[in-house]
Every structure is written in structure tokens, then in C-alpha cells.
Design a protein around this ligand. Structure first.
Ligand code: G4P
Length: 530
């Protein structure tokens, strides 16, 4: 029998990531969620943080300023009895493979969309990973205080671009910059937008009441009221029915309209989200499925953050707890070394402060001090012998050829590249027939190359030559009608092997991918490693 404290802690946990395109308002929404959760008392540090982000273009300077730059990797707060973990998915110039991997640690995702812009490039990429995991996706359409696209057109866009059906939980009234409020379809209530002059620094209260109440008809006035009635009728008739089962499978996304900046719709969103979003569920380790209430402790490493300060070479490895109870000082087996290790210095990184934690539960993220022993996908457990295969390699979009400047340093170069690839800092490919002097490296964000160059120099004393390649897409060969060398490919397509000896094709553009598929019947490609 699982112990009731563990069961209770699991059922009140919600661990999610916000996926969005830069500037959709992720920082603002996160801050407002923290504000409502009481984790911060006044919002408004967004501007200060943004200024810091852009004023210094050199990322290393940014790292120095931020210290280890992990203060916001996970934010935990309490709200109405729930314990909420928001995982940060870095965007902008920090976008890297870690951004994708973080989604493997989440149990659900909030897809934040700028109402005026609709579905944008980075959202599509992150959505794709959530889809692959079949996790529930909740949509928040932001910036309602300004003119947005027609809400029906936005629903169509979700379907056309992302292939997901949607169910609006609330419906906006006034979308041309004349925002009046929203209609809650389940409660059949109107919530009026009161406007906010403090730029949303403080919590707002709103007025809610039955849509049939003549007071609300009057407050909204014509033509808003009639238009609302018409649109709701259309939605009820032609739209999907609400089905929590489909939401939990990631087939139907509930939509919320609001404005993070003015706080409108933030609290109702959070409350509905907490009701619908799932607590931590079972996770698969090889051929074993482990339930979160299993008394054995299990966790996997999904992100490793290197400290760029040469005086402090330590790293932080982030582990997601999947089952059992974590206790500081506990001894666990580590799948990477199969040696027992004592988890004595765990840090959980909440809002702005780092603090040492004593106990944590499934769904929680714990940052471990890492002297260089952890790798992505490592399992920490008191059961032993477990492997986690849930973190594949994600599609790199930038490629470079690298070699050591000084050929005498070949050994260190090889050691550095191998270790950094195992750690998950970079993807490494080999070209058949080329020795170990030269590799092709792939990255999701170009920042990863800079980190690679810097770390090889500082940790392995190797200066490298890095030559950018024009390729933009990596595709793993899942099945092929012939040996890779015999495939009919465009002259610019490269055949390489990843570190697990899987064949990968590097393409410059979509055109050459289509060429490969058309000219080689039966060729099956995947943009995520098998
Ligand atoms: P990000 O983390 O997704 O990149 O976005 P961030 O929160 O930094 O927001 C990007 C811009 O969008 C900011 O404007 C922010 O104030 C604005 N924003 C966020 N939510 C809303 C909203 O609900 N309505 C409106 N109208 N704007 C919103 P900025 O000009 O870069 O900064 P600031 O001068 O407003 O501080």
C-alpha cells in the first residue's frame, strides 16, 4: 500500500511548461501566475529582466551577470491546495536542445499565443514535441486588451497548422481593441474586463454574473450582446463537445482568452487549468512502467546546466522525480556509473532564491550539484538497473564541422567532444571514411556552439576550428530501400552517423528532403532519433 502522504502529495502536484514564440508574453504570464500564487507580491520585474537580456549581447557576459543562470529553471508555488511546478523553456538566444528536453519532464503544457499573431514558428516546434509525448495542451490566447485575429479564425489556425481541435472554455467579447470581457461557457457567466492602470502589478478583481441577468445585457450593450449570443450558438452547434478524455490525450485543447499584462483571465485560467491538468502519471523505464506512488524512488536527469564561470566548474543536473519520496542525504544508485551516490546537496530553484531542500515528491524538479558525473537520461533510483529512454535527440537546425586547431591535442579533443556529447550539450555526427580528427556537430540553437567552444577551451584546453555548414535539417533513417551510400540524394545531402551508429541524413532545405523521399521509394525518415 502506498503511503497516504505520498498519494496526497502526488494528487496535488501539477508540473507543466509554457510553450510559446518569443514576445507572446511568457515572462509576463509566468510572473502573473507567481503573483496569484503569492510567490511574489508585485509583478513588474519583466522590464528590468528584458533590459538585462538585450543590453548585453555577449552571452558569456550574461552568464556572468546571472551567476549560474538557473534561478528560473523551475518555479514552485502553492495555489488553493495545489503545488505547482512551472518549468522554464528558454527561448530567444537561449533556445537549445534543453528547451525540448524540458518538455519530457512536464506532465502538461500551456501553449501561449499572441492573439494578433496566431501560431508562430517556435510554438510549432515545441507543440510537435508535446504531441509526440501525447501530453495535454492548454491554450491561452493573450493580449486581448489589443485587437486580435478573429477567434474563429484562430481556432481554424490551430487545426490547420497544428492539427489539433479546440474547445474554448471562455469566449471573448470585443476583439478589435474594444475588449469588454469574456463569456464562460461552462458557468454561463459573463466576466467583465475592468481595465487596469497599474500595468498589472497587482491582482485584479473582476465582476462576474449570469449571462441572462439583464444587468449584464445592459452593461455590455448592443451590438456586443447580440453578437455574443450568435457566436455562442454557432460554437455550441458546430464546435467540438468538451471531452476531458480527449484533452488528457492531447487531442483537444481547451482555449482560454485573456490578457496577461492586465491580469485579466489569469486567475480563472489557473483555476480551470488546475482542475483539468493531470497530476504526475506513470513513467516508462525500459520495459518497466513505474507508477508515481511506487514506494521506490526514481528520477531521471533531463537537463544539465554548465556554469560558465571558469572559477566554478560545477554544473547543475536537473532531475525530475517520477516515483517515491526524495529525502536529502538519501543514497541512490546512478545508472551512469552503477555506483551508489549520496544526494546531499540538492537544490530546488524557486522563483529568485536558491534553497536547499529536504523532501520532494513525484512531479518535482530537483537541481543536483554535479561534479561532472551526470548525463542526460541518467536514472537515479533506489531500485537500480533502470534505463530511461524517453529523451530522444531533437531536430538540430544548425551544423558545423569542427576539429582541434592543434593536431597534437587530438586526444583531449576527442575526450572533450565525447563527454560533452554524452552530457547532452551538443549532437555529434561522424562522416563515414573520416577519422577522429573531425566531426560534424549539430545544435538546436547557435548558442550551443559558443558553449561548446568555450567549454572545450576551458575544461579540456583545446582550441577548435569551427566551420558552419549550410545544412538545416537532420533526418534519421528509419527504413530505406538500399544502403545509405546507394540512395539517390541531392549532391549537397550528407550521410552521417550519430553517436549510436544510426544513419542520419543532413539536408540543406525541404526541397532536398522531398527529393530524397520521391527518388527513393520506401525511404522513411524521422526528425527525432529512434
Ligand atoms: P516573452 O517572455 O514571451 O518573450 O514575452 P514577454 O512576457 O516579455 O512580453 C513581450 C511583450 O508583450 C512585452 O512588451 C509585454 O509587456 C507584452 N505583453 C505581454 N502580455 C501582454 C498583454 O496581455 N497585452 C499586451 N498589450 N501586451 C502584453 P514590451 O513592449 O517588450 O515590454 P513593456 O514595455 O510592455 O514592458
Amino acid at each position: 500500500m502506498a503511503d497516504s502522504e505520498l498519494m496526497n502529495e502526488i494528487s496535488r502536484r501539477r508540473t507543466f511548461a509554457i510553450i510559446s514564440h518569443p514576445d507572446a508574453g511568457k515572462t509576463t504570464l509566468t510572473e502573473k501566475l507567481l503573483l496569484y500564487g503569492g510567490a511574489i507580491h508585485m509583478a513588474g520585474s519583466v522590464k528590468a529582466r528584458k533590459a538585462a537580456r538585450y543590453a548585453v549581447s555577449d552571452w558569456m557576459e550574461i552568464e556572468k551577470q546571472r551567476g549560474i543562470s538557473v534561478t528560473s529553471s523551475v518555479m514552485q508555488f502553492q495555489y488553493q491546495g495545489f503545488c505547482i511546478n512551472i518549468l522554464d523553456t528558454p527561448g530567444h538566444q537561449d533556445f537549445s536542445e534543453d528547451t525540448y528536453r524540458t518538455l519530457v519532464a512536464a506532465d502538461s503544457a500551456v501553449m501561449l499565443i499572441d492573439g494578433a499573431k496566431g501560431v508562430e514558428a517556435q510554438t510549432i516546434k515545441l507543440f510537435h514535441v508535446c504531441r509526440m509525448r501525447q501530453i495535454p495542451i492548454f491554450t491561452f490566447i493573450n493580449k486581448l486588451d489589443r485587437a486580435i485575429k478573429d477567434p474563429f479564425a484562430l481556432m481554424q489556425e490551430l487545426e490547420d497548422v497544428l492539427g489539433i481541435r479546440s474547445y474554448p472554455i471562455n469566449w471573448p467579447i470585443g476583439t478589435d481593441g474594444d475588449f469588454k470581457g469574456v463569456y464562460n461557457r461552462q458557468l454561463r457567466q459573463i466576466e467583465l474586463f475592468t481595465g487596469d492602470r497599474s500595468h498589472g502589478q497587482a491582482i485584479v478583481t473582476s465582476t462576474r454574473g449570469s449571462a441572462d441577468d439583464p444587468v449584464y445585457k445592459e452593461l455590455l450593450g448592443e451590438p456586443y450582446y447580440s453578437r455574443l449570443v450568435e457566436e455562442i450558438e454557432l460554437l455550441d452547434m458546430a464546435g467540438d463537445e468538451f471531452d476531458l478524455g480527449r484533452v488528457l490525450k492531447g487531442e483537444l485543447t481547451p482555449i482560454f482568452f485573456g490578457s496577461a499584462m492586465t491580469n485579466f483571465g489569469v486567475a480563472p485560467f489557473l483555476e480551470e487549468f488546475l482542475k483539468m491538468a493531470p497530476p504526475p502519471g506513470p513513467r516508462t523505464f525500459g520495459d518497466q512502467v513505474i507508477s508515481p506512488d511506487d514506494p521506490d524512488f526514481t528520477a531521471f536527469v533531463f537537463k544539465i546546466q554548465a556554469n560558465m564561470n571558469p572559477k566554478h566548474r560545477d554544473r547543475i543536473a536537473f532531475m525530475r522525480i517520477c516515483s517515491g519520496v526524495f529525502q536529502r542525504g538519501m543514497e541512490v544508485s546512478h545508472s551512469g556509473s552503477e555506483k551508489p551516490i549520496r544526494l546531499a546537496q540538492p537544490q530546488q530553484l524557486m522563483a529568485q532564491e536558491r534553497e536547499l531542500i529536504e523532501k520532494a515528491y513525484p512531479g518535482d524538479i530537483v537541481g543536483l550539484f554535479d561534479p561532472g558525473i551526470f548525463r542526460i537520461s541518467d536514472v537515479l533510483s533506489n531500485r537500480g538497473g533502470l534505463v530511461f529512454t524517453g529523451i530522444p535527440s531533437f531536430p538540430a537546425e544548425h551544423f558545423a564541422r569542427i576539429s582541434a586547431k592543434d593536431t597534437m591535442k587530438r586526444k583531449q579533443f576527442l575526450k572533450g567532444i565525447t563527454q560533452l556529447a554524452q552530457e547532452g550539450a551538443i549532437q555529434v555526427y561522424k562522416e563515414p571514411d573520416i577519422g577522429v580528427e573531425e566531426f560534424i556537430v549539430g545544435a538546436v540553437g547557435v548558442l550551443q556552439f559558443e558553449v561548446l567552444e568555450y567549454r572545450l577551451k576551458n575544461e579540456y584546453s583545446v582550441d577548435i576550428k569551427l566551420q558552419m555548414l549550410p545544412h538545416r535539417h537532420a533526418r534519421w533513417i528509419i527504413s530505406a530501400p538500399a544502403e545509405p551510400a546507394r540512395l539517390n540524394l541531392t549532391s549537397s545531402t550528407r550521410i552521417v552517423k550519430d553517436s549510436h551508429e544510426n544513419y542520419v541524413l543532413l539536408f540543406e532545405n525541404d526541397w532536398s528532403i522531398n527529393w530524397a523521399k520521391e527518388k527513393n521509394k520506401g525511404l522513411e525518415l524521422s526528425d527525432i532519433s529512434p
